[in-house]
Write a protein that binds this ligand. Structure first.
Ligand SMILES: CC(C)[C@H](C(=O)O)[C@@H](O)C(=O)O
Ligand code: SF4
Length: 468
């Protein structure tokens, strides 16, 4: 019987399938960060257990690390404690840690792929919802809770029910100025923030095949904002050439054998999906969220919608509340919305290609005098590579702050936060109330759109941008 990518990975990883109960899955890679691991390690300690496979477990500090003045002690007491605790736990349990001073430190979902730890066919978990990012490589990658983190640390296995499968087929090519981020937002706009609840999405079609690995990661990253358990893309030559030569990728004969194995992973012709959604890439535009959920989103050329026109009563109320929080009036053209801050960063959009795209827009311009803008590279490696291309110069000369890697203003667990009422064009993935600081107002956009907004001082359609 033809099988999907998910079927193939699943079948290879079931250790035990009891009747009428979740399967026990083997986990190939367990990524760990400072926020969701302390209680898990504490649980092991209390029970007198060891980590079953320290060699398959990798940790980094990302969520609450400072992105400037790293030589100074961390001012925030909780952040300082979580980081110190992770250090102690990694030492005690023999786990590799990419600490603040490591040349490989970065956001967990950025460093896994760039180190070649993330590979096709793997099961990958992390106590973090955006673990779906790694599915871009044709892995089954999903977020788990802290008690599950403990379970995986102790056993390298996890009980799981097999999710349903949804194929999202993106036909045609993305128009110029429309990025993987816009595709992700466009999909959420179409299916809703709970449209994929209970499903693993497999993205396919011409537009997806044409995406770089960076773009595929952006797309899979945001699967979770559509409610999905995971997002994945069958591996192909783009995947293989990204991985070749990475520090943890197989080498020599092992590489050739891996490619053979990985080539078998793609969903078979005629494999069954529980739901199929078709998207026409040619209809997509640069998107801007206007509300407090990623699904409250319109093309940059549209206006803030009128809640009175919402399809359901619940949507109307949600829209009214969102507009009140966001300080917006129905009918306002999106391009007339002025911003105070710009954040280019996060596991959605802080890889080299994202910074290149933003820098191409910024080159030769100055950040609007009313705007404070920052770039936070996803990892030390991204930062170094960007500096080697002198992208930092372009940003700095324009008036952007050039920071050290971490989650930063994506969720405001460190000092990088919005003040109440401040409005931010952000390349991150969540625009929930207070996400970037209490009372802060987040508009999700692509790196190009964030860069253009920084210069203009308001949202502007990057398709009309005068590149210098
Ligand atoms: C802190 C962590 C649990 C959280 C997540 O799981 O997603 C964070 O990464 C986020 O993006 O909100
Ligand atoms: S960058 Fe944002 S979304 Fe990604 S892991 Fe960090 S906090 Fe979560």
């Amino acid at each position: 019987m033809p099988r999907t990518l998910l079927d193939k990975i699943w079948d290879e990883h079931v250790v035990y399938q009891p009747e009428d109960a979740p399967a026990l899955l083997y986990i190939d890679l367990h990524l760990v960060h400072e926020v969701t691991s302390p209680q898990a390690f504490e649980g092991l300690r209390v029970a007198g257990r060891r980590v079953r496979r320290p060699d398959l477990t990798v940790a980094t500090v990302d969520h609450n690390v400072p992105t400037a003045d790293r030589h100074l002690p961390i001012a925030d007491a909780i952040a300082a404690q979580q980081i110190a605790t992770l250090r102690r736990n990694c030492r005690e349990f023999g786990i590799r840690l990419f600490d603040m001073d490591s040349e490989y430190q970065g956001i967990v979902h950025v460093i896994g792929p760039e180190l070649g730890l993330t590979q096709p066919g793997m099961t990958i978990v992390c106590g973090d919802s955006h673990t779906s990012t790694h599915g871009a490589f044709g892995a089954l990658a999903f977020g788990i809770g802290t008690s599950e983190v403990e379970h995986v640390l102790a056993t390298q296995c996890l009980p799981q029910r097999k999710p349903r499968t949804m194929a999202i087929r993106v036909n045609g090519k993305l128009p110029a100025g429309v990025s993987a981020k816009d595709l992700a937002l466009g999909i959420i706009r179409t299916i809703g923030t709970d449209g994929a609840t209970g499903y693993v999405i497999e993205y396919m079609g011409e537009a997806v095949r044409s995406l770089s690995m960076e773009g595929r990661m952006t797309l899979c990253n945001m699967s979770i904002e559509a409610g999905a358990r995971a997002g994945m893309i069958s591996p192909d030559d783009t995947t293989f050439s990204y991985l070749e030569g990475r520090p943890h990728a197989p080498r020599g004969a092992a590489w050739d054998a891996a490619i053979k194995r990985w080539q078998e992973l793609a969903s078979d012709e005629g494999a069954h999906f529980d739901r199929v959604v078709d998207i026409d890439a040619r209809t997509l535009a640069p998107f801007v969220t206007w509300g407090t959920s990623p699904g409250q989103v319109v093309p940059v050329t549209d206006r803030v919608p009128d809640p009175a026109e919402a399809a359901t009563e619940a949507e109307r109320r949600a829209a009214e509340r969102a507009l009140q929080y966001m300080g917006l009036e129905p009918g306002t053209p999106i391009e007339e919305i002025e911003i105070d801050r710009v954040f280019i960063g996060s596991c959605t959009n802080a890889r080299l290609e994202d910074l290149r795209a933003a820098a191409a827009v910024v080159r030769g311009y100055r950040v609007h005098p009313k705007v404070r803008a920052m770039v936070v590279p996803g990892s030390q490696q991204v930062k170094r590579a960007a500096e080697a291309e002198r992208l930092d110069r372009i940003f700095r000369e324009a008036g952007f702050e050039w920071r050290d890697p971490g989650c930063s203003m994506c969720l405001g667990m460190n000092a990088d936060i919005l003040q109440p009422g401040e409005r931010c064009a952000s390349t991150s993935n969540r625009n929930f109330e207070g996400r970037q600081g209490r009372g802060g107002r987040t508009h999700l956009v692509s790196p190009m759109m964030a860069a253009a907004a920084a210069i203009a001082g308001h949202f502007t359609d990057v398709r009309r941008w005068q590149f210098k």
